[in-house]
Design a protein around this ligand. Structure first.
Ligand SMILES: Nc1ncnc2c1ncn2[C@@H]1O[C@H](COP(=O)(O)OP(=O)(O)OP(=O)(O)O)[C@@H](O)[C@H]1O
Ligand SMILES: [Mg+2]
Length: 387
């Protein structure tokens, strides 16, 4: 059995991954809280969330390095919850990659293949190194490589095994921005080339959105929302998703009535409208949101059907970012509103009186909740540490 990859459950193509009500509690702290999700075979799935939200713990559970407190894990329809780590059809590239220091890069990559007695391990290792553009350094030792290069070796070492499921825990963390972008494209190419199922963990929202077919946004051990990147961005379902994935202007108010398919919302200083189909709540307390690039800035009160107009307000800050300009406009009672405008050469100055408008179809409605607070997570971590 050891001669063939499939004998150890390793596959030539990807496999579905299913988490069914998975919970992981450490003494006094629940790191993963009743998590259920399905990742279809051959897809590129990103798990996105702030530090401490339970991403690595989730991967460790899937890899078999932690035992779930409750729930089941299935790969390719097979329950692997009680399967030993080394018997799972899973490879992991960890946040901190560990290469064998005494072996060359080539030997490092070929190691797993040799152990499993796969034919032509060195040839396959060279191919994997070529994928990450490091074949020319095959004879070096790990300490003769930069951090980013070592990270790419760790990737090659995982990909070469053709696991049905590849878990990537911030594998691009040590790379500079340019190399990171380049590796993102390459990783995506490797994934579609070899057809494996990738579960990629990151706290970089841009990385998650550009690379993944499906993004799951995780917060405090739970998945808040899951979907195609554009879907999550255009129609966030929670305050956390609206602010963690890109920026949002948010207004807390009350639904006071409806006009056809539109909810009428009273917020301090304005009456806003949001399509009922784009709102997670239909009555009572509501947060209305709109993305900054959906806003237009006007020097005179605009009259436009189908558009929400607020103002007048005053520009209190502008920052020029080349292709766009970011404005902060303060409107009495409504507060500070962020606007991204494409740069057409006409920059509104700080102190000018302006009105803002957006298409009603771009607004979204969310349940009211307290703003996301980074310190909350560190407080929770601290509470765990002192126990
Ligand atoms: N062995 C453990 N015992 C107690 N608490 C733990 C243990 N391992 C992790 N935790 C806690 O579980 C939470 C989730 O940790 P995890 O490593 O999964 O976070 P993460 O989302 O990967 O964060 P990061 O982006 O910083 O890597 C953290 O608050 C952490 O302190
Ligand atoms: Mg982590």
């Amino acid at each position: 059995m050891a001669n063939e990859p499939s004998g150890r459950g390793f596959a030539q193509s990807g496999a579905d991954l299913e988490l069914v009500h998975v919970t992981k509690s450490f003494p006094g702290f629940t790191a993963v809280d009743d998590l259920s999700l399905t990742i279809p075979a051959g897809s590129f799935f990103a798990l996105l969330g702030p530090s401490g939200c339970g991403k690595t713990t989730t991967l460790r559970l899937i890899a078999g390095l932690e035992e779930p407190t409750a729930g089941k894990i299935l790969v390719g329809g097979k329950d692997i919850t009680n399967t030993k780590a080394y018997q799972r059809p899973v490879n992991t590239v960890f946040q901190s990659y560990a290469l064998f220091p005494h072996m060359t890069i080539l030997e490092n990559v070929a190691f797993g293949l040799k152990r499993r007695k796969i034919a032509e391990p060195l040839k396959l290792a060279h191919e994997a190194l070529a994928l990450v553009e490091l074949d020319h350094l095959a004879q070096r030792k790990p300490q003769q490589l930069s951090g980013g290069q070592q990270q790419r070796v760790a990737l090659a070492r995982a990909v070469v095994n053709r696991p049905a499921l590849l878990l990537l825990d911030e594998p691009l963390g040590a790379l500079d921005l340019k190399l990171r972008r380049q590796m993102q494209i390459e990783l995506k190419a490797i994934q579609s080339e070899v057809g494996l199922t990738f579960l990629h963990v990151t706290h970089d929202q841009e990385e998650a959105m550009t690379m993944a077919d499906t993004v799951a946004v995780m917060n405090k051990g739970k998945i808040e929302q899951m979907g195609a990147p554009a879907e999550l961005y255009e129609l966030p379902h929670t305050r956390f998703v609206a602010t963690f994935l890109g920026q949002s202007n948010l207004f807390d108010g009350q639904v006071t009535g409806t006009e056809g398919d539109t909810l009428v919302v009273s917020v301090p200083g304005a009456t806003l409208h949001v399509s009922a189909a784009r709102s997670q709540v239909s009555a009572g307390a509501i947060t209305v949101g709109v993305r900054p690039e959906k806003l237009e800035i006007h020097r005179e009160s605009p009259k436009a059907a189908g558009r929400q107009v607020v103002g007048p307000g005053r520009v209190i800050d502008t920052s020029f970012a080349g292709v766009s300009t970011q404005y902060v406009v303060t409107v009495p009672e409504l507060g500070d509103i962020t606007v991204f405008e494409q740069n057409d050469g006409d920059i509104v100055a700080v102190g000018e009186e302006v009105w803002l408008s957006w298409s009603i179809g771009h607004a979204f409605g969310l349940p009211i909740e307290a703003p996301f607070d980074e310190t909350d997570l560190s407080t929770r971590a601290l509470a765990t540490a002192v126990q």
